[in-house]
Design a protein around this ligand. Sequence first.
Ligand code: BGC
Length: 758
Amino acid sequence: MTNIQSILSQMTLEEKAALCTGASSWTTTPVERLGIPEMVVSDGPHGVRRVPDANSLMMTSLPATCFPTASCLASTWNADLLKTMGEALGEECLALNVDVLLGPGVNMKRSPLGGRNFEYFSEDPYLAGEMATSLIEGIQGKGVGTSIKHFAVNNQEFQRFSINADVDQRTLHEIYLAAFETAVKRTQPWTVMCAYNKLNGIYCSEHYDLLVDILKNKWGFEGLVVSDWGAVHDRAASLKGGLDLEMPGPQDHRVRAVVEAVRSGELDEQILNEAVRRILNIVFKAQETPKGGEFDADAHHTLARKIAAEGMVLLKNNGILPLKGQQHIAVIGRAAENAHFQGGGSSHINPTKVANPFKELQNQAGEAELSYAEGYPTDDTFRQELIDQAAALAQSADAALLYLALPSSKESEGYDRPDLDLTDQQIALIKAVARAQPNTVVILNNGAPVAMSGWIDDVAAVLEGWMMGQAGGGAIADILFGRVNPSGKLAETFPIKTADTPAHINWPGGAGTVRYGEGIFIGYRYYDAKEMPVLFPFGYGLSYTEFTYSSPKASAATFKDVDGLTVTVDVTNSGGTAGKEIVQLYVHDRKSGLVRPKKELKGFSKVELQPGETKTVSFTLDFRAFAYYHPKHQQWITEDGEFDLLIGSSSADIRHKLTATLKSTLDLPCLIDKESTIREWMADPRSNAVLSTVFEQMQTHIRQLFGTDGEGSIGMDVMDMMADMPLGSVLGFQQSMLPMPADEMIEGLLMQVHGTKN
Ligand code: BGC
C-alpha cells in the first residue's frame, strides 16, 4: 500500500500545483522524484478512444470495439448485460494502457433536441442511475476507473461552455442529480467529470455546493473531480469549489496561478492538499492493475451484436416481421451499405471492424434474392432519381427494407438538433417506397427520437435501430429474420412533434441563461401531467410474442417508509415464441404536500420466458421510492398516505394497480414562519395547536363583520380567501380587536410553536 500522506508531505508547493493540472491531453503529471506515475485517461463512453499521441485531442484513435451508444444501451433495460459490456470495456482499457475511461454519461434527456442525447441513457433518473451503476461496476471490476459525466445539468449543446442552467432545488435533486447520486453511492466511480455549464449562476467547475457539499460531503464521494476538457476558468476558484484535476494540459500558467494563490494567502494550502490527496489516491489505485496484453476483438464484436439486438426497439409491426418466405427483398438506403453506428464528437471510436448491414442480411436471407438501391445521397441535396429507382425496385419485390440514418448535420456532439425530422429526401423516399410496396419496413439509425407523423401510417413496420455500434448490422438482420425476438423498450418518449416537448418554450435559452421552467416534469412525467398523446410512450416496445401479467401482490397493506415494500407479479409468455419482457413498476403518491408526477419509475426487471412459461418478478421498493425532495426541508421526505403501485408493460400500458399505505417515520421540523398562511398554520398539528384558539376568535370576528355565512356584504367566502393569506396580514386587518400589535402577536405565536425566537 502506497503511503499517500507520506508522499504528500514530501511534495513541494510547485509539485502539488503541477499535479492538479494535466501533463497532456490525456495524461496527468508524473513526479519522478517521488515515484508518482502518470495516469492515462481516454474517452468514452461506449468504446475506448485511445489517442496514440498524448498531445493530440482529435487524432484517430487505436482500434477498439465500438459498442452501441447509450440510447441503445438503456433501451435494453438489462443491467446484467451492461455489466458484461463494462467488463469488456475494462479489458480493452487494460490492453490499450488506459487507466480511466471517460464515461458513462448520465445527463437527463430534457429535450429530444439535445445534440448529445445519443451519449446519454434516459429521460428518467432511476433508469439512468441503474444503467450507469451496472456499467461502472463492470469497468471498475476490472481495475479500470470511470468518469461519470457531466456533473451536472449539462443537457444541451447550445452555448454548452457557458450557458447558465437556471434550475430549482427540487428539480435539481429529483431529476438532474439523482442518477449521479445512485451511481456515486453504489459504485464509487474513481472520478466524476464536472460539466462546462453554469448551474444557478456558478460554473460547475467552481461550484462548492455541487462538488463539495453535495458530491463529496453528502454522498461521500471518495474519488477525484476532473474538469470537462477546458471547463476551468479560474484555477484557484475551482480548487476552492472542489475541482481536483484540471484537464487537458499542459497549462503552465495554471500551475503558476495556484502557486501564487497559495503564496498570497488567497488559497488555503489545505485545500490544495486535499485535491492532491484525492488525485494521488486514484493515480496509485490505477497502478494496482497491470496493463498490457490483448483483448478478444471477435468476442467483443459478438457481445456488441448481442447488446445491439437487445436495445433495438420494434415500434410498429403489422405482422410483416419477422420476415418469412419472401422471394425478393428490396434493400434501400445508404445505411444498408454504410452502417451508421455511432455519433460524432469525443465519443467517436475507431472500430475493430464494422458489420455491413446488407451482407448481414444476405447471410440470413436463405433463398431470398436481395437487391440494393441507394435511396438518398450523402449530402443534403434532394435527388428525385434516387427515389424513383428505389420505388421501382420496391415494386418489383415482395418486401422493402428501408435503412435510414440521420446525417451528422442533424445529430452530433457540439450542436443541438435543428428538429426531430428525417431529411426531406428520406421522408419523400419512405412515402414513395411505401406507395410502391405495402410490405415496407423502416429501420432507423439515429440516437434520439424522430417525428413520424408524415409517414408512420404508410409503412408496415418500424424498427428503431439506434446508433447500434459496430456489430449492429448483424443485430438488425437478427431481428428482421427472427433469429432474435426484439425485447428493447424506449428509455425516452417519442413525441409527436417538437412543440409538444416539455422544454419547448424554454429551449435552448438566450442571453446566457436557460430556464428549466418545466421543473420536475420532463419526459413521461410531463406528458402524463398534460394528458398529452405521444407517438410512442416511455417504456414501450413490441415483441414477436405476448406477455400476460397476473397475481400482483404487495408485501404489506400498510408499511413504514424505512421498511419499504416488496411487490411481486407473475408474468407469462402467452405467445408462441421465446422472448424477453421488461416489467416496469411505477409509483404514484395519491396526495402530497407538493405536486408530484402521476407516475414515476421505481423498479424494472427483464425476464426471459419460453412459450407458456411463467416467472414471478419481484421488486424491492425502499424509502427513496416513495420520497420527494422538499426544497424547504432541503431533504428527501415521505408523507403519510396511500401510494398506488402501478405494474406495467410500458408507462402507458399499466396492467395492475395495487395500493398501500405509507407511515412516515420522519420527524421533520415545523416550517411555520412569519410568512406562513393560515392554511399552513392549520395543516401542521404543532402550529395548529398553538393557533386554534386565536383562529376561533378570528372566525367569530369575521362572521360579525361579514355575516354568518361568511359571504355577507362583499359577495365572497371571506374565510376561504383568507386561508391563503399570511397569518400576519390577516391579523393586521383586524388590528382594532387585538390586544397588541399584530407583529408582536405573530412573534409570540411563533415562540410557542418553535420554543425559541424565530
Ligand atoms: C466532452 C467530454 C469528453 C472530453 C474529452 C469534452 O469536450 O464534453 O465528454 O470526455 O471532451 O474528449
